[in-house]
Design a protein around this ligand. Sequence first.
Ligand SMILES: [Fe+2]
Ligand SMILES: [Fe+2]
Length: 474
Amino acid sequence: MALNYQDRIPNNVELGSNRILQRALEHWQPEFMRWWQDLGPTDFQASDVYLRTAISVDTKGWATFGYVRMPEYRWGIFLADPENDRRIGFGDNFGEPAWQQVPGEHRANLRRLIVTQGDTEPASVEQQRLLGHTAPSLYDLRNLFQVNVEEGRHLWAMVYLLHAYFGRDGREEAEELLERHSGDADKPRILGTFNEPIRDWLSFFMFTYFTDRDGKFQLKCLAESGFDPLSRTCRFMLTEEAHHMFVGDTGISRVIKRCLEVMKELNSDDPVAIRKAGAIDLPTIQKYLNFWFSTSIDLFGGDSSSNAASYFANGLKGRPDEAKFEDHVAAGKSFALELPDGAGGVRTEEIPLRNAMNEVAREAYLKDCEQGMVRWNRVIEKFGYSFRMTLPSPRFRRNVGSWASVPTDTTGKIISREEYNARQSEWLPTDDDRAFVYSRMHGVFEPGKIASWIAPPERGINGLPFEYEYVRLQ
Ligand SMILES: [Fe+2]
Ligand SMILES: [Fe+2]
């Protein structure tokens, strides 16, 4: 299905045939633009950025590349094509026709799911708004802006659903999505991770690797939804999301590679010497990883959750890749959960599988995260070093679920509160680490040049070389 670029709001939902909805969205559009100008990327708004824009929802060739000024980006509403006779794929309504309208009894829950997802999209743009000034290269600057404009589009995707299917409540929620702000003392974003500031590029790469990946799994679960417009919306968002994780994956890999090159040059793995030579040492990278991984896994919610059970039972939110499971009803089954026993040990509790759906999604996420470790460790191995990047235990530094506030080390072993506090600087970035990383951040805006703490990418964007002028500064 081709996208309609004639309309003020590009779309493939025949917006033109629904005057009321079109007017409501055209009313929201200037508010979005105001938000983008105020809280989107600081400066660079007049620069020409080599961006990809969605032009169809076809899996082959869905995007076009070219120079765009960010405020002129064509944010639009794109849903994956409908599936003929789509059925609800899980829960108590398994096998019944998917809903084209919101069932009254599920209205509040569906709205909550859409608002929670929608809130994360502009939040990340806000978190990253100052990063442009310290981009290590024009290639990276362009990738940052690509992620930013697409998160803006994901906000549009959720706002469309709110406006089209939730009446006045939906319109109010859409306004509030622009009123809450990341880190705001009075009106913060809904989820904690999205209130963490991102001041340096190492954090940005960790965020796009770990936090955007949480987004991928949330979208996968929502793509299973019995509410068909939500499913179709999320399916197309996943197409764009892949690039965000690519930015994180290759970004971390390039920071590691640069460190290894410096280690080779110096013939030393002494962090002080490595830092002096301008690179970021591996233990510091590991600490950033520990921080962003542990904050991102909280986003899946409690390990035993009655909300998750009812979302699943009612066909609102499924498991990632639901089709891979044999039993889509998952009633009367149990899941073995490992919990702290309150006396320094671990006990296993059987809980209903439906209550463990957050945990099922989290396990799939952990597996996906591991792939990065394998790739990065291969690079380290190739350079002949024994250091290995590792994911900390999912019990480490949790704020949500059964392990919340239980002091453990990074292997998940329960330890005393004193030891936990005493070893923070071993596991997580200290103020000094953050100050050092921040001190390395300087904008490099000459085509083909790159900062000293990161290696250039193996290839450029859309078949172009790294040296291409991906952003023409104005
Ligand atoms: Fe997104
Ligand atoms: Fe994303």
